[in-house]
Design a protein around this ligand. Structure first.
Ligand SMILES: Cc1cc2nc3c(=O)[nH]c(=O)nc-3n(C[C@H](O)[C@H](O)[C@H](O)COP(=O)(O)OP(=O)(O)OC[C@H]3O[C@@H](n4cnc5c(N)ncnc54)[C@H](O)[C@@H]3O)c2cc1C
Length: 454
């Protein structure tokens, strides 16, 4: 039996490794195609590499092709799969080093091609100084430009978590940074009142934050970027970083006749088998950023491109390909990031998402501290809870704070996952000692305030 994997990062190589753990090379041949230069790399580390906090690119690679070869998993780097023939059970790949094309047969196909960055027409510009931050190659190219170009003015376009992380990394390198966001707040995945706290912190770092501003063009001269043209004026730029979001990279799958879900991602069953209107598509598996997933609170199919899900889904696919049994039930929208020392986290539904899902809800926001108020290092944190109005079911929570405040989101995540009510949460036996929390933990205070409104 032969497994072909398309995409050599989190989802694809997790699947390959798990399948190999269950079936030895005498039972299963595994061949992975990766169009880039690396396998199993952490794109999540790119902002911290650019910011000089961590080394790269080697430190950001969890397993290289040599390590996979030792497990009898063959990897073809710089090979881009250009065609899938489901009837013939073959894929065709182009050798990006100019070595022509190869066609290989499969019994099982693992589609793990990730996501592709959103690029409006104005971003399609070959001039120097314009960078995405999708791959380690992108990170290396950006670092090389920053070192060689004497760049002073940086513009980050897109105020999602990647844009905010990149703005932080560029300001920490001493550049003048402008962050441009089309909507009214950075980090639009949290409620506006929580986003306002993020905006204050971003501005407090000396980053010029321009919200409600739409980019129209990039100005270039002498083959390098010079400025970003917006509907609210022109911003000088020696370097432009694009953080405009991503969408599922499924064009290849679609061309092969695989059905796509309404988000544009591949739909799968709980075992990561690709599914369509006629049920499971035989012998084709998918995981990671190229798929849509079930949101366990809203009940909707959503596209949530995060490494945490890609690794878990890939693992589930690999166990099943290897003859075992595993399922991936879905996601609840947990995410966490930081901007210098300000931490931001969310889980479940935001107010806007709760509204869109049709919930009647209440919100409660509390200000508290990460430690007992009298303890050295106590700093403020804001916690917001969203609960169903009639039942008190916890729908979501958001935290903005410092000094490990954001990791408290995991307590809320477990509560959302287990469908707890805010009233039940008020009695949770959470750890307390003055260096770690006030006697009433901010999680409990927020739950209590929400429970009072039910
Ligand atoms: C800057 C940045 C920061 C991030 N930070 C976080 C974070 O803090 N937390 C978090 O959970 N997630 C984070 N993510 C998201 C996380 O990196 C992704 O969700 C994760 O990498 C998805 O894994 P994947 O295997 O599905 O896709 P990918 O990692 O995109 O891998 C897909 C691979 O397929 C290859 N490929 C695509 N098409 C073909 C083809 N036709 N032929 C051959 N190969 C192909 C690509 O080259 C790519 O290597 C971050 C992402 C970025 C860019």
């Amino acid at each position: 039996m032969r497994l072909i994997v398309i995409g050599g990062d989190a989802a694809g190589m997790s699947a390959a490794s798990q399948a190999r753990r269950r079936l030895g090379p005498d039972k299963l041949e595994i061949l992975a195609f990766e169009r880039g230069d690396f396998t199993s790399y952490s794109a999540c580390g790119i902002p911290y590499w650019v910011g000089g906090l961590v080394d790269g690119p080697d430190a950001l690679i969890a397993r290289d092709p040599a390590a996979f070869h030792r497990d009898d998993i063959q990897v073809r780097l710089r090979h881009e799969v250009t065609d899938i023939d489901l009837d013939a059970g073959t894929i065709t790949a182009r050798d990006l080093n100019g070595g022509g094309t190869v066609t290989e047969g499969f019994d099982e196909l693992m589609y793990a091609a990730g996501a592709e960055p959103v690029r409006p027409p104005w971003a399609d510009n070959p001039a120097n100084g314009i960078f995405g931050v999708q791959t380690l190659g992108d990170g290396a190219a950006l670092n090389a430009w920053l070192e060689s170009s004497e760049a002073r003015d940086a513009v980050v376009i897109g105020g999602g978590y990647i844009g905010v992380e990149m703005a932080e990394s560029l300001i920490s390198r001493g550049l003048r940074v402008t962050l441009v966001e089309r909507s009214g707040q950075p980090m639009a995945t949290v409620d506006p009142d929580m986003g306002a706290l993020v905006a204050d912190a971003v501005r407090g770092l000396g980053i010029e934050l321009r919200t409600g501003v739409t980019v129209q063009a990039l100005e270039t001269a002498d083959d390098r970027v010079r400025a970003v043209v917006t509907d609210a004026g022109t911003i000088p730029a020696d370097v432009v970083v694009l953080g405009l979001g991503v969408r599922p990279n499924t064009a290849l799958a679609e061309a092969a006749g695989l059905p796509l879900g309404h988000t544009g991602g591949l739909a799968t069953d709980l075992r990561q088998r690709v599914t369509g209107p006629d049920g499971v598509v035989g012998h084709v598996w998918a995981a990671g950023d190229c798929t849509q997933v079930n949101h366990l609170v809203s009940g909707r199919a959503v596209h949530v491109p995060l490494g945490t899900h890609a690794n878990k889904q890939g693992r589930v696919a690999g166990i099943n390909i290897g003859g075992g049994y595993a399922t991936f039930p879905g996601v609840i929208g947990t995410a966490i990031t930081k901007i210098c020392d300000l931490e931001v986290a969310r889980t479940g539904l935001s107010s806007k998402e709760a509204e869109a899902a049709g919930f009647r809800y209440v919100t409660a926001t509390v200000e508290s501290t990460n430690r007992a108020g009298y303890f050295p290092g106590a700093v403020p944190m804001t916690v917001k809870v969203i609960a169903e109005k009639d039942t008190g079911l916890l729908l979501g929570a958001q935290i903005v704070g410092r000094a490990e405040a954001a990791k408290r989101i995991d307590a809320f995540a477990i509560a959302v996952w287990n469908r707890m009510t805010v009233t039940e949460m008020t009695a949770l036996d959470l750890g307390y000692a003055p260096p770690f929390a006030p006697v009433w933990d901010p999680v409990l205070i927020a739950a209590r305030k929400a429970a009072d409104k039910i």
